[in-house]
Design a protein around this ligand. Structure first.
Ligand code: ZN
Length: 455
């Protein structure tokens, strides 16, 4: 991009490390305008001294749920102190208001049902979301308000039903995006299988505001495959192979066809062996397209690897689950399948493109934790899950530096002419990678704005 004589460049990163060189990087109109040796004398309207800290491409979280993350930030978290915390909330706030809690899992305090919730919160409506996102547990007061009856209070796939009946709390996507920017993230793909166009338009409305800190791609399910959403990139069509009730082969074929008709790729949620094999059978039948992806790939049997490679399928993984859920897998997952959990190194070695993501709020939104987890494969209690699946930190970070349409593909670079989606670190990259941590992030630049990290 040419800058007319006399007018100033927008922004200069002075004395930063780019690919092991000390340089000055100038940005104009959202594009990297020049990269000169440090001390070049380039000036700009705004200058930030890098002190030798690395300037890398902004991180890309390839699988996230923005609205749910915002809601989780505004909800009670289900943990070992749930009983104490929920009583406090129930007493403290208005008695008629719903209590929303997220992150429930059987491994934390055993199975939760309506009776147990009633004992803790007898009169106020409460709903507790399973951390898979697939189930809500509701107490009797809540069920009465919803006009639903359920002996256990466990409602599967009832998201839209609940949303239609529960008064909505305003969802703050602006602060949510800002929090992600503090992790060095500049771009995300929202993988929520929304079937309502309003959901995508809601995200787009926030994403086109000038104070929104990210570039966003949205997906949605087959129902909204054809719809265009102004102001945001359109990712693949999200197809869910339900963990609880598998779709029929024909039904899944139809979902793929609807995506193809809309000239879009598919992103298929697969967390079980049988779910993955079913999706592969559909790909085998209908053919794959470059950009088709498996989301999660929590269990990938070794015999499926050649097929994934031949079909050219990308796997978008969440390395943090090794740390967050690894201990629970040892009791929940059949020992014969434990070697197939959250593969990463073996997929890459087989030539399968692997993209990085957090699945927040179902996983921790900090991608640096995912980088650390992909590197050490250590669980919360310090066990190692699948040591052969480890990759080095640079490779782990690279999984978060690819682009929207190619999560496991070419790593973006800080190069002249590239979009200025940037992450500035306090230290050189090699130092930051020795102990990956989001504290290394000093600022991000996205959509022509600089977002300094609050520390
Ligand atoms: Zn997800």
């Amino acid at each position: 991009m040419k800058v007319s004589a006399g007018s100033k460049l927008d922004m200069l990163f002075r004395d930063v490390e780019v690919e092991a060189r000390a340089v000055d990087v100038a940005v104009h109109d959202g594009i990297i305008h020049s990269i000169e040796p440090a001390g070049s004398g380039t000036t700009a309207s705004e200058v930030i001294g890098g002190n030798g800290g690395a300037l890398i491409p902004g991180l890309y979280d390839h699988h996230i749920h923005l609205a749910a993350l915002a809601a989780a930030n505004q909800s009670l978290l289900f943990d070992r102190s749930f009983a104490v915390n929920v009583r406090k909330v129930a007493e403290a706030e208005s008695a008629s208001e719903w209590i929303r809690c997220v992150g429930y899992h059987e491994s934390i305090l055993g199975e939760l049902d309506r009776g147990k919730l009633d004992a803790l919160v007898p009169t106020r409506p409460i709903r507790v979301q399973h951390r898979s996102g697939a189930m809500w547990v509701v107490n009797s007061a809540g069920l009465a308000l919803l006009g639903l009856s359920s002996e256990s209070g466990q409602l599967f796939g009832a998201d839209s039903q609940i949303r239609a009946l529960v008064p909505t709390v305003p969802i703050d996507l602006i602060s949510t995006a800002r929090r992600l920017a503090d992790f060095g993230v500049t771009c995300v793909t929202d993988l929520t299988p929304s079937s309502a166009l309003e959901d995508l338009e809601f995200l787009a409305a926030a994403a086109t505001r000038p104070d929104f800190a990210l570039c966003l791609a949205v997906t949605g399910s087959t129902e909204v495959a054809q719809a265009s959403v102004a102001g945001v990139e359109r990712g693949p069509v999200k197809v869910v192979v339900d963990d609880y009730s598998l779709p029929a082969f024909d039904e899944l074929c139809e979902s793929f066809r609807l995506a193809r008709e809309a000239r879009r790729t598919v992103a298929v949620h697969c967390v079980t062996r049988v779910g993955l094999l079913l999706a592969l059978a559909v790909w085998q039948e209908l053919g794959s397209q470059p950009g088709d992806r498996v989301e999660h790939g929590a269990i990938i049997p070794i015999e499926a690897i050649p097929q994934l490679r031949e079909l050219g399928i990308t796997v978008v993984t969440q390395p943090s689950f090794v740390f967050e859920r690894g201990d629970q897998y040892t009791s929940d997952v059949d020992p014969s399948e434990q070697g197939d959990l959250w593969r990463c190194g073996s997929l890459r070695a087989a030539g399968i493109p692997v993209g990085g993501s957090t699945d927040a709020p179902f996983g921790d939104p900090d991608p640096w934790k995912a980088v650390a987890s992909a590197t050490d494969r250590t669980t919360a209690t310090g066990r190692v899950l699948g040591p052969d699946e480890r990759i080095d930190t640079a490779a782990a970070l690279d999984m978060f530096l690819t682009s929207a349409g190619d999560p496991g593909g070419k790593v973006r670079r800080v190069a002249v002419g590239a979009r200025a989606e940037l992450c500035l670190l306090h230290t050189p990259l090699a130092e930051a990678l020795r102990d990956p941590h989001s504290d290394a992030v000093r600022a991000t630049m996205c959509r022509s704005q600089l977002f300094l990290r609050d520390r």
